[in-house]
Design a protein around this ligand. Sequence first.
Ligand code: ARG
Ligand code: ZN
Length: 843
Amino acid sequence: QTIYLRDYTPFGWTVESVHLTFVLAPEATRVRSRLRFVPDPKAPAQEFFLQGEDLTPISFAIDGAPVTPEITPEGLRAKVPDGPFTFEAEVEIAPLHNTALEGLYMSRGMYCTQCEAEGFRKITFYPDRPDVMSVFTVRIEGGEPVKLSNGNPVGAGEGWAEWHDPWPKPAYLFALVAGDLVAQSDSFTTRSGREVALNLWVREGDLHKCAFGMEALKSSMDWDERVYGREYDLDVFNIVAVDDFNMGAMENKGLNIFNSSAVLASPETATDANFERIEGIIAHEYFHNWTGNRITCRDWFQLCLKEGLTVFRDAQFTSDMRSAEVKRIVDVIDLRARQFAEDQGPLAHPVRPESFQEINNFYTATVYEKGAEVIGMLKLLVGDDAYSRALDLYFARHDGQACTIEDWLRVFEEVTARDLSQFKLWYAQAGTPRLAVAEDWQDGTYTLTLRQTTPPTPGQPDKAPLVIPVALGLLSPDGHEVLPTTVLELTEAEQSFVFPGLAARPVPSLLRGFSAPVVLERESSREERVFLLAHDTDTFTRWEANRDLARACLLAMVTDGADPDAAWLDGLETVLRDASLDPAYRALMLGVPTQSDLAQALHDRGVTPDPEAIWAATERLRDARATRWAELLPQLADEARVEAPYRPDAAQSGRRSLGSAVLALTTRVDGGSAAEAQYDRADNMTLQLSALACLVQAGRGAEALARFRAQWQDDRLVMDKWFGLQIAASDPTETVAVTEALTRDPDFDWTNPNRFRAVFGALAGHHAGFHRADGAGYDLLADWLIRLDDKNPQTTARMCAAYQSWRRYDPDRQAKMRAALDRIAAKPGLSRDVTEMVTRLIA
Ligand code: ARG
Ligand code: ZN
């Protein structure tokens, strides 16, 4: 049941070609396959086994002669000739009843597929593993007006269409779509002159939400040519929007399939944050064409090979398209919230896991986001120039192959002549390293001593020192930079770095740009942080100084009932008043650590976190800021105002994000009148939604919520916001009741993953509401996870992570969360996905 990286063995045959014919019918789709197998002399001898699940077998033949293979719940076994042979199969499947949304399924009358990681085996019998790559020809028969598959269209007629993909690919990149769709079309000419037809396929009513996605696609194609020298390689690039989808999107060769929430946007229905996310995901999936498709993974343990690199590339793209400084801070906030939390709990695993039961459970923040951080560190260590030469070599050497992390690191070793064996530990060792800092100052020499430790994680009690790039700057006491950003390479458990010849004791600005995904444990004084907040030249560490101050302030408020830190608020006010600073950056400065982050910080200090006390302190701080800045807020609101017609670009979005942070504070003093005015005149979703959130928070939301619903009743994506917002903005005493009531709403279609996540993601994300002392939050979520598991194990399993920090709370809450997990574990017929998650959670 558990699969290990060390057990890898190649498949015994290569698949020369794949021919598939689909005769579509909702409850009885016929899939005929013709596969040409050639023995692989390099592979060990083995019996012939093809994966296949939930398939109704119809007939099989080898070289034209009927055969009767042995069929098991996992696949089929057959006796095959010694040399090359042709294997044919016909099976039947029922896309209409496929509620797991894996394999071929239906979403509101439209056929679509999701095959990564192991969904192709639910379509037909096949060696469903990423290192088996083949050339696919696909024929689709059915009455749907639009019928799509990978590659280029090669023929179509009444009731049929044929596609041929010349690029060998693993089965997980197979896709098929059929339905009543319309396209927003455009074209892109690659720099070597290939004319590519671009189509974004949607339902008729969504056509007005396609323009932005199309622009993002063209920008991505252009960027990958300019920055990585990567061109597109087919005559057509299709994107399809699907309403029922477990994840964000999927990079199927030439036919990307998107969760509609990750591609559809109009100013009236999508927020600035939605637009930015869409731009990033379109880029991500497009970039996979090279990092994932042309070069794929040998096995699923290598998932970070494509995902870490592609996340890294999409972050570079967003930094280029928007503000690099803002993007970095936003990514670090996200990394800490999702990946650090994972690393600190029972679900911790290495960037390259060594075992799994269900690979879908490893599409995680660790594999994706920490995987991208590892590449960022590598680039910082070898330099930009070596990075781009290594990438050129990677593409040249491995095009058309299924690769490993070893292949990836080798190109860097060859280009730089560096030994990366210690660096490679980042892929193998789970947990977030802690970095302790000691300083010494004598006779003009400043000495910085760094000590690294990585706490134990499941299955990994002892950790070795990693290679940690620590970007450092030094500031003189009068606020000048005396050492510009320098990258220190920490390789030992403890190491000192010496800076002689300084006129005065410097103030260190450490981990600039968040140069490594570590926790800096440095008990610096408040004065020093306030100094960095005022003077640091690195925008990340300047923001970080503010965040450290905010956290220290909140922790003191929670544990000692202290008043908000006036020295910090004064320093912050100076920053807020600095009109030369990007409004988006100032909005980030107004943010405070999440309540879950504070809970972890308390836990790290040996204090059991009390969610209600954390909530109360956060509220008290917000109220104090609102009163203190009563005169500053209108001024900031003026600066944040956008007069020009709506555009979701960085400049306008930045202003609106400052505006909404200001509105949230203003609502605390004016009781919601500014929010009401904004709600009434809003002509875009960003302003409408931020005003609505303020009104709900102020207890004045009822009427606006009703109007909002009446206005957006027919727009699923907007209604997801309506559901989520009421929970997110609820008072913690009501969060569970609000959630409960919403589950009884006629529009609560719980089988739709977006809707389910809108509701239960908001519940789990409401720290004080979810962790209500009587355990009602835990129980409500468990009830619904138990119900969803029968339909959709993947989405259920992902949401089990809501309980991942259960061990940091008091014994009473722990017992209640444990009971909820036990109840899930005891469900008869629990899926493999959820079984693995719950087992890890309670281990
Ligand atoms: N490869 C996709 C992406 O990152 C994610 C698809 C994962 N799907 C899944 N069911 N595990 O873009
Ligand atoms: Zn990806």
